[in-house]
Design a protein around this ligand. Structure first.
Ligand code: GLN
Length: 533
């Protein structure tokens, strides 16, 4: 079959969950046996979110091919259990960069380069690329931003053109909000009507409307929306608030969103989606037998999106262990040697989060020391692993002032350092180790108990590395390296010998945890936390 394209736009407000809606529809189509991918178009001018502060757009998600992308791609992978790549996230910056490069090369043969057709052609090329190259049955393209924004206009215009070009093979789903007015006890459809009008002004008639709501929508209300917005009644779909995002596919199935989509494409609706494993996960997630409190030490605690993949990994690992994981976000700047006991005494496990720069380092080191000295299960991720190494160097090896050269360039003990070949490179982006790398695991290690494999592949996003010059000192004193990159010999994992469960990993296991393939490391960590109860 030729690729079918589904565009998901948003209206009324941002943060309605276009990403979750896209992932849920994709899940249902995948569960019917189709190959599906999801793509996010972001209207900002940054070339990628790699340079964005987490306050701006939450976590930067890293794909296997080393692309720094929007956190929605994390949802796509967690739902679909198939990897995404750079092609799944396109920004305005990337589009313009490509068009300007072509212009400089003379590709436009002296023509005036304009938004229409040159920018829109580039957008359309990026949308169709996934269908053309990988022959997916469905490509779902989520358009970032809200209809009516100046930034997203070229994207909506491209959708208009594609709908025209592709005819029956393209559909637009518009997600809006139906607010509830407490004072009058009414659900209001006007914002939806206006939002559809804005789309129509740009020439796009949505095929399906999904209405986010806190209350059940009556048939009469749906009929009214259908009438005002030129869509069929069965194409007005309710999306009611649910307790977990992983329930949204089931809600969309109840609303027959997948069937409506297939009908509109003129495709037969034969069998039911196969969601056995998904339902099994939900069952375990919703009926935990135990509960455990885990502390996540980071510097963006007011903003949970900054650690999205870590939080989701704990949901997956919780389900594996039939345990409700209560993740408590604790600000690293608020932890000191004096208060660390009071701050952390109630937690059965401690995670030290990834991060960049000085801020909050001291608290992270104190939390690490507390976990080491008190036999509390510890998982250090990326910067968290580096903290474990620095803490051990200072407090066990007696390397006073040991540090990462990221924090102190002239330390006497650079236990975390840049590799020689990175040192001359001044462009920040150029020195990052990004994407999937192999890691060989030593047998008879906690790492091996967790992964049950000798060779794994995990994703990286960092600049600094364990300094192998000091490896002997660490190993003799009880911190062993149990994961190595087979090509470079770089240390990828360290653990403590005389501790119930203490692992630091240079990679990010959270990026590869999905509902159907939970991270073995998170699962083992949660198990250790339960045993610590
Ligand atoms: N700042 C550290 C480095 O660049 C760790 C990065 C991270 O935690 N992602 O190596």
């Amino acid at each position: 079959m030729s690729t079918k394209y589904i565009f998901v736009t948003g209206g009324v407000t941002s943060s309605l969950g276009k990403g979750i809606l896209s992932a849920s529809l994709a899940k249902l189509l995948q569960a019917r046996g189709f190959s599906v991918t999801i793509q996010k178009l972001d209207p900002y001018i940054n070339v990628d979110p790699g340079t964005l502060n987490p306050y701006e757009h939450g976590e930067c998600y890293v794909t296997e091919d080393g692309a720094e992308t929007d956190l929605d791609l994390g949802h796509y992978e967690r739902f679909l259990n198939i990897p995404t790549s750079q092609a799944n996230n396109v920004t305005t910056g990337r589009i313009y960069q490509s068009v300007i490069n072509k212009e400089r090369r003379g590709d436009y043969l002296g023509k005036t380069v304009q938004i229409i057709p040159h920018i829109t052609d580039e957008i359309k090329r990026n949308i169709k690329y996934l269908g053309n190259k990988y022959k997916f049955d469905f490509v779902i393209t989520e358009i970032g931003g809200t209809v009516g924004d100046i930034e997203s206009l070229p994207y909506i215009e491209s959708v208009r053109q594609l709908k025209w070009e592709l005819g029956q093979s393209a559909q637009v789903i518009h997600l809006t909000l139906v607010p509830y007015l407490n004072a009058s006890g009414e659900l209001k459809t006007k914002p939806t009507q206006h939002s559809v009008k804005s789309l129509l002004e740009i020439g796009v008639q949505p095929d399906i409307l999904v209405l986010r709501t806190e209350h059940h929508l009556s048939d009469d209300l749906k009929k009214k929306v259908a009438l005002f917005c030129n869509v069929k009644e069965n194409a007005v779909v309710q999306s009611i608030d649910v307790s977990t995002i992983y329930e949204v596919p089931l809600k969309m199935k109840e609303e027959k969103l997948d069937e409506t989509v297939l009908h509109k494409f003129g495709m037969p609706v034969e069998k039911e989606p196969e969601l056995k494993a998904w339902n099994n996960f939900l069952l375990r997630h919703k009926n935990p037998k135990t509960e455990v409190d885990i502390a996540l030490i980071g510097k963006y605690v007011e903003l949970h999106d900054a650690y999205k993949s870590i939080a989701e990994s704990f949901i997956h690992a919780g389900a594996v262990n039939e345990c409700k994981v209560n993740l408590h976000f604790i600000h690293s700047e608020e932890i000191s040697r004096r208060n660390v006991h009071d701050e952390l005494k109630n937690y059965k496990g401690i995670v030290v989060a990834p991060g960049f720069g000085h801020r909050g380092i001291r608290g992270k080191i104190e939390a690490t020391r507390y976990a080491r000295e008190n036999n509390i299960p510890f998982l250090g991720i990326c910067l968290g692993m580096q903290m474990a190494v620095i803490e051990f160097a200072r407090n066990v090896l007696g390397f006073s002032g040991a540090d990462s050269t990221e924090m102190n360039e002239v330390t006497k003990y650079p236990v975390i350092d840049l590799m020689e070949e990175q040192k001359g490179i001044t462009n920040m982006g150029g020195t990052m180790r990004l994407g999937l790398f192999a890691c060989e695991i030593s047998t008879e290690s906690k790492m091996h108990e967790a992964y049950k494999k000798e060779l794994i592949h995990e994703r990286h996003r960092h600049r600094y590395e364990f300094n192998n010059k000091f490896l002997n000192n660490f190993e003799k004193a009880g911190m062993t390296a149990t994961g190595f990159n087979p090509d470079s010999g770089l240390v990828e994992a360290v653990e403590l010998k005389n501790h119930p469960w203490f692992i630091g990993v240079q990679f990010h296991p959270e990026y590869s945890s999905t509902v159907l393939n939970p991270s073995p490391l998170f699962s083992a960590f949660v198990k250790a936390c339960i045993e610590n109860c």
